[in-house]
Ligand binder design. Sequence first.
Ligand SMILES: [Zn+2]
Length: 283
Amino acid sequence: MAWYPGATKMELQPESDAQDAIKPTQFIVHSLAAPWTAKRTFEYWRDSTNLESHFGLGYGGDLAQFIGTETRADANASANRRADGTGAVSIETASNLGATDPWTAEQVEQLILLGVWAHQKHGIPLRLCRTAEDPGYGWHAQYAAWNPNAHACPGPARIKQFKEIVFPGIVARASGQSPEEDDMPTAAEVAKAVLTYDGVILVPGAPATNPTWTLSSVQTEILKRIDMVRTAEAAQTAAITALAGQLGKNVDTAAVVAAVQQAIADAVVKVSVDVTGAETKES
Ligand SMILES: [Zn+2]
């Protein structure tokens, strides 16, 4: 007996205890041809028929499990349980009466999550079933052996969704290839990479990379280094201005040197005061 943690457990008795065990090798989706919640579907299985699926899924994404996935459920004819003990995990999904509408976004998301679980829990291979017995993922109308009454279930719109969105979504999530699960660097990792990139912000004498840096301490460090660069730049600008002031005059070398040194000293003091003031204001 295996129960999916993402579903509300609504156990059907006596079927849950009485029906044979299976080894789940397939995952088959259905449309209910009724716009029912998962709970209403449970009540129908319980009160009105001997048939049942393992799962029921409402339009709003409400998902219930009626029988453990290692017990036979009777929704897909020969795929329910084969002579070798293998069988299909089945889900009925709310639809309009003709089963012609597409799944809602909530239903699609739940189908993907459940499909991933079926792969992880039971090792159902990430492929569409190639025959009626082949382990994998499929839809009710896919094979006559699953669907002797030739229902269109789950309907053309949903078969298209299954092929184009649901099944690829299961494969991507189960393989860790979806954009949400990409191995993207964190903001802190990006900041550290920028900070330690040799030659751009790395200032001579500034500390090397520090493994204990957090995002905020890295940001502070970057601002500190920008201030250092600004200080040096201001000093150079002041020196150039002082030199320019000496041109065209009767040049006294010692006076030029003194003027340059004084200009640099003044600029550094001035910028240091500005930086300190700015830091005080921000903190
Ligand atoms: Zn069906």
